[in-house]
Design a protein. Structure first.
Length: 61
């Protein structure tokens, strides 16, 4: 069971649908494994929960 994990800020359902489809297609093509064996996990991170350079992303806006 190959797993693909992608972390990002908030995404629309259509963006998630596209990511799952395209990640799966590419990974299947590269590895030669069937598409139905891949799991794609999309983790959304609130900007209050991510720090870069010592500052929260929510404070950098």
């Amino acid at each position: 069971m190959p797993v693909i994990t992608f972390e990002a800020a908030a995404l629309t359902k259509e963006q998630k649908r596209t990511l799952a489809k395209e990640f799966t297609e590419t990974a299947a093509r590269v590895t030669g494994l069937p598409e139905d064996g891949f799991y794609v996990f999309i983790k959304e991170n609130d900007l209050d929960n991510v720090g870069v350079g010592g500052r929260l992303l929510s404070d950098r806006k």
